[in-house]
Design a protein around this ligand. Structure first.
Ligand code: AMP
Ligand code: MN
Length: 323
C-alpha cells in the first residue's frame, strides 16, 4: 500500500488527533473569520472528546453575539497553562494574537494572509483560501468530525464576512463546495446575512454618516480618505469595535480605486487600506510594518506626525498610478 505524502494540513490533523488538550487563538480585535474559524474548530475537537480552551486578547464585537458558542471564548492577555498544542488561526504573526507567553507552546499555524511569518512548529499557509474558515472546513472533514448546523453557521459567517459578502478575490469552486456542505446542514444564508448586516447599532449608522460626510477625495476621486477620532465615536454613540465593513463603502463609487481609513485613538493611528482588484495596496501596509491581503490590509503608526496622513496618501497614489 502506498502511503500518501504528508502535507502541513495532514500533520496538523495528526497532531490534533494524537493530543488531548488544546488552546485555540487568533488575532486581536477579532473579526468574523477569526471568530468563526476558532469556534468551528473548537466544536470539532470537543466532538472528538478533546479539551479545548479558546482565548483571545479582545472580546467579540457585540454584532457577533448571535454566533453559536461565542460566549465560550475567554479574554486574557496571557496564558500560563501548557497544552499539547496551540492552534493559531488567521494570524500572520504570533504577536498579532495580543496574547503573551505563547512562544513556549507547540504552535500550529493555520492562515491565509500573504506574508505569514511561519512561526509555527507546523505552518499550514494557503493564500488561495478566501477565508481561514476554508482551511478549517477541510480540517474538520479530515478530523472525521460531523459538521453540525452550529458549526456550519460559524463557517458561513467567516466566509460571508471575509469575502465582503462574496465580492472579494479568492472565491473559488472550493468556496462554493464548502457553502454547499454548509447549506446541507439546514443553515439559511438569508437569516445569517440579516444577522450580520441588518443588526447593527444606530451608533454605527450615525458614525457611518459622519465618516462619509467628512470623507476627502484625492487624486481625481481615485483615493477616498476617511478619518475617525474618539470624539466622533463618542458623539455618534458607536463602539470602537463596531466599524467592520465601513471601510469598503467608498469602493462603491466607480472612480474610487482605493480607500484609506485613518483611526486616531490615544495618540496612535491605525490605518485600514482597501483597493479594487488590480491594485496591490498591501505594499503600502508592508512599507509601514503592517500586512494583510492585496486588496485589504492595515498597519499601525504608534507616533504619527502631522505629515503621516499626507505621506500615506502619497504612497497609496504611488501604487494606483499605472506606470
Ligand atoms: P482591517 O483593515 O483591520 O480590516 O485589516 C485588513 C487586513 O489587514 C486583515 O487581513 C488584517 O489581518 C490585516 N492587517 C491589519 N492590520 C495589520 C497589521 N498591523 N499587521 C499585519 N496585518 C494587518
Ligand atoms: Mn481571514
Amino acid at each position: 500500500m502506498v502511503t500518501p505524502p504528508q502535507t502541513d494540513a495532514s500533520r496538523i490533523r495528526d497532531t490534533l488527533l494524537a493530543g488531548t488538550r488544546f488552546l485555540l487563538t487568533s488575532h486581536a480585535r477579532p473579526d468574523g473569520d477569526s471568530l468563526g474559524s476558532q469556534l468551528c474548530l473548537g466544536a470539532a475537537l470537543r466532538q472528538l472528546g478533546k479539551q479545548v480552551r479558546i482565548v483571545n486578547a479582545d472580546p467579540a464585537p457585540e454584532s457577533y453575539a448571535f454566533l453559536p458558542d461565542v460566549s465560550t471564548i475567554e479574554i486574557a492577555e496571557s496564558v500560563e497553562e501548557m497544552f499539547d498544542a496551540v492552534v493559531v488561526l488567521e494570524c500572520s504573526s504570533l504577536d498579532r494574537t495580543g496574547v503573551r507567553e505563547l512562544e513556549r507552546q507547540t504552535l500550529l499555524n493555520i492562515d491565509h494572509h500573504a506574508g505569514n511569518a511561519m512561526y509555527g512548529a507546523i505552518n499550514w499557509h494557503d493564500v488561495s483560501a478566501c477565508a481561514c474558515a476554508e482551511l478549517v472546513s477541510d480540517l474538520v472533514e479530515a478530523l472525521g468530525a460531523t459538521l453540525t448546523q452550529a458549526m456550519a453557521t460559524q463557517l458561513y459567517v467567516a466566509i460571508l464576512t471575509d469575502t465582503g459578502s462574496f465580492r472579494h478575490a479568492n472565491i473559488t469552486d472550493r468556496t462554493f463546495r464548502i457553502c454547499q456542505r454548509i447549506a446541507a446542514t439546514g443553515v439559511d444564508p438569508a437569516t445569517i446575512a440579516a444577522e450580520v448586516y441588518n443588526n447593527g447599532s444606530v451608533g454605527r449608522l450615525r458614525a457611518t454618516g459622519t465618516l462619509l460626510h467628512q470623507m476627502r477625495l484625492e487624486h481625481e476621486n481615485q483615493i477616498a480618505v476617511l478619518t475617525l477620532t474618539d470624539a466622533m465615536l463618542a458623539e455618534a454613540g458607536c463602539a470602537s469595535d463596531d466599524l467592520e465593513g465601513i471601510v469598503n463603502l467608498p469602493l462603491a463609487a466607480r472612480d474610487v480605486q482605493a480607500v484609506i481609513f485613518l483611526k486616531e485613538s490615544g495618540g496612535e493611528l491605525r490605518v485600514s487600506l482597501r483597493s479594487k482588484d488590480a491594485i496591490d495596496i498591501r505594499q503600502v501596509a508592508v512599507s509601514y510594518g503592517g500586512g494583510g491581503h492585496r486588496n485589504a490590509s492595515g498597519f499601525t503608526v504608534e507616533h504619527p506626525t502631522t505629515d503621516t496622513r499626507e505621506q500615506v496618501i502619497k504612497r497609496v497614489a504611488g501604487v494606483i498610478t499605472v506606470p
